[in-house]
Design a protein around this ligand. Sequence first.
Ligand code: SF4
Length: 430
Amino acid sequence: MQLAQRNMYRFPWSANDNPIGWLEVTDKCNTYCRGCYRINGMQGHKTLDQVKEEIQLLKRMRNCDNISIAGGEPLIHPQILEIIAYIKGQRMKPLILTNGIRLENDRPFMVELRKAGAIGFTFHIDSEQARPHWKGKSETELFELREHYADMAHSVGGLFVSFGMTVYPGNLDFVPEMVAWANRHIDRVHGLVFIGFRNAMPEGEFDFSAGGQPINPEMSYIKGNTTTEEAWLTSRDIYAKIKERFPHYETSAYMGGSHNHDKMTWLVSAQLGTRRRMYGSSGPRVVELFETLHHLRHGTYVIYSPSNIIPKIAFLLGLVDKGVRATWREFWKEVRKHPSELFSPLYMQSIGIIQGPDLLEDGRVDMCESCPDMTVWDGKLVHSCRLDEWRLYGDYITCTPRKQPVGANGAVIPAESIPVAAAKEAVPGD
Ligand code: SF4
């Protein structure tokens, strides 16, 4: 199927009704990831009181189903267990975004996190990190480490586990390998998240200011630690790369851009399969039904669930969803050849593709429409990918093109120079 908005469900989220609340408990990190949005250790760990206040604000303003606990590296916060328990006590799902280093040799700590109420982890592991003992390893060599975390969480039980990586033109070809690996471990890997690397890199073309004052921006994504050749990757490119190798893969939901309505900032797919093989992907109707029913029943939209086992009765959704129908057909073909497949558990595995903000020619920044990762700064909601602009300059940075777009220089256009289509001569009786 063609990748087009009309073939997908548009997430109905908004700033005030969004399944995700983004909480940064610290800005300290125990490693370095290329492409990280955050300046390491500028402010340190937040106090428990400050964190609780932010959680309350997210709950009130966002109506969240889950709180994504991020940083910095959240697992090095000394009160992480209390934070998780507090979120759970507020009837929201705590999900931890981590590089996993703190957990690598500490399964009992994972058990404690689970007991405190964590519903799962998104592990960020990629070859562009300066990870102790794994520095210089290729993406393929890092499968051993990913598997270690997936096995650990599986043995603890009841945890959502997904893996994220930043995608650069240089590792784009690896994306299908990652999908193949996740498909083979569908019983313990619930999802993948691919974040296309972006940076503004407009040096020489824009003037920058914040709060009306000219500035020289310090953020990695503007100053850049890379070249413009690396900044072109879009969610469509990543989608196409996966599709090239996996015909069963299809996307079911999307989110657009705040200015560019052709862009797909988030693309989400729900693949269906067993440990033996993948059969297909759900279509847009299933996601629409899932979001609507969750909102009717719980009053919130949803994105994470700790279990990915799907009862086979769910194939009945094929009555309303083309994707499920096609998956059902594939499944039955296989059952005829291998009847034991009928008794294999069926799983759902998500793939999320995120394309970050773009700086447009006229100086506007195209964000993710209804950004799911808004966080708290000074009592208000700001986009977490641009939080450092507030931390450094107390405002979003404004970019002004040095070359003004034609017609935008404030000049008055003489009326006689405005082209007007020749008026049709009035014909009596017309
Ligand atoms: S706009 Fe929101 S969802 Fe998009 S990259 Fe920034 S923080 Fe993430």
